[in-house]
Ligand binder design. Structure first.
Ligand code: FES
Length: 105
């Protein structure tokens, strides 16, 4: 079962920045790109590079290790569609960023 939960304040994540946020036992990458927030797995689907170190170019997140690019909205890898980073639905409620995830036991 999934549910939205607050994971950060909008003021904590300036435009153009990303940071790793701990949610229960998981850690996800939260990004602010052009004022929109995105949540995705923090590791690359290829060899688990830390995507927080990647550069964002035109809405595409560039993996710091081997250069695959991922669509931050869908998690799709442009060069290899089989390698997809999981994304999570995000809502901004007032000054908080909420992300929909499974509840941990
Ligand atoms: S670890 Fe990201 S492309 Fe290889």
């Amino acid at each position: 079962m999934t549910a939205y939960q607050p994971i950060a304040k909008t003021a904590d994540l300036p435009e153009g920045k990303g940071k790793v946020v701990k949610v229960g036992r998981r850690q996800i990458l939260l990004m602010n790109i052009d004022g929109r927030f995105y949540a995705l797995d923090r590791f690359c689907a290829h060899r688990a590079a830390p995507l927080v170190q990647g550069e964002v170019i035109d809405g595409q997140l560039l993996c710091p290790w081997h250069g695959n690019t991922f669509d931050v909205a869908t998690g799709r890898c442009l060069a290899n569609p089989e390698e997809e980073v999981r994304t999570y639905p995000v809502e901004v409620r007032g000054e908080e960023i909420w992300v929909e995830m499974e509840h941990e036991p």
